[in-house]
Design a protein around this ligand. Structure first.
Ligand code: SF4
Length: 203
């Protein structure tokens, strides 16, 4: 098993187990903390459906190019795993774990299956990834949609970029306080992000 797959599998298991062990009240508290983020993700999904889906289907999926799902290349933050596990139907979560244990090498990403991405709520980095071609096509066809996308990108930072208190950092802190540790806790172990937190007086 590659180190990348191992890290993902270990962290996913840890999150799922912890969420099974905590009280229903704690799970509800965590879900409530994510409310604004879920609303944001709905807005992004709506934008993608209306302004990008046709472009991406034509440019990539029909030609099987799918340049945006890269093997062992996507960065998943610890909070991505927690949010997905909190809201995913159990069957979908079990499928995701099965795929991680299966060493098949033919997919571009370890989470990619025949029916697409196995996450219920994809990592934020995946959701916000847009290749230059799609971005330029959208901007040329609908300039306002291009501006709206820029606004959404700025909004995405408010959940993950630690120049202020952010949801992803709060979630990591909560799991750290409960005794968990993962290499995916970038808000606590990435030198670059720690520098930003220190500058903002958050570390
Ligand atoms: S996690 Fe899902 S969306 Fe992200 S690269 Fe993998 S298959 Fe694609």
């Amino acid at each position: 098993m590659s180190t990348y797959r191992e890290e993902q599998a270990h962290s996913q298991e840890m999150v799922i187990r912890h969420l099974q062990q905590v009280s229903a009240e704690e799970r509800d508290r965590l879900r409530t903390m994510c409310a604004a983020y879920l609303t944001f993700r709905k807005t992004v999904a709506h934008h993608q459906r209306h302004h990008l889906q046709a472009i991406c289907t034509r440019a990539c999926f029909q030609s099987q190019l799918s340049a945006c799902c890269n093997k062992d290349g996507i960065i998943t933050f610890f909070a991505d795993l927690v949010i997905n596990a909190l809201f995913s139907p159990p069957r979908k979560l079990a499928d995701l774990m099965e795929a991680l244990r299966d060493e098949r090498l033919d997919m571009k990403c370890i989470y990619l299956g025949a029916n697409g991405c196995r996450w219920h709520i994809k990592p934020l980095g995946c959701e916000m990834f847009l290749c230059d071609r799609a971005l330029e096509e959208m901007k040329a066809a609908e300039p306002q949609a291009g501006h709206d996308w820029q606004r959404l990108e700025a909004e995405a930072k408010r959940f993950r970029w630690p120049d202020r208190p952010v949801l992803f950092d709060v979630i990591e802190s909560r799991f750290l306080a409960a005794g968990m540790c993962s290499p995916l806790m970038y808000l606590h172990n990435s030198p670059g992000l720690m520098r930003i937190k220190r500058k903002a007086g958050l570390a």
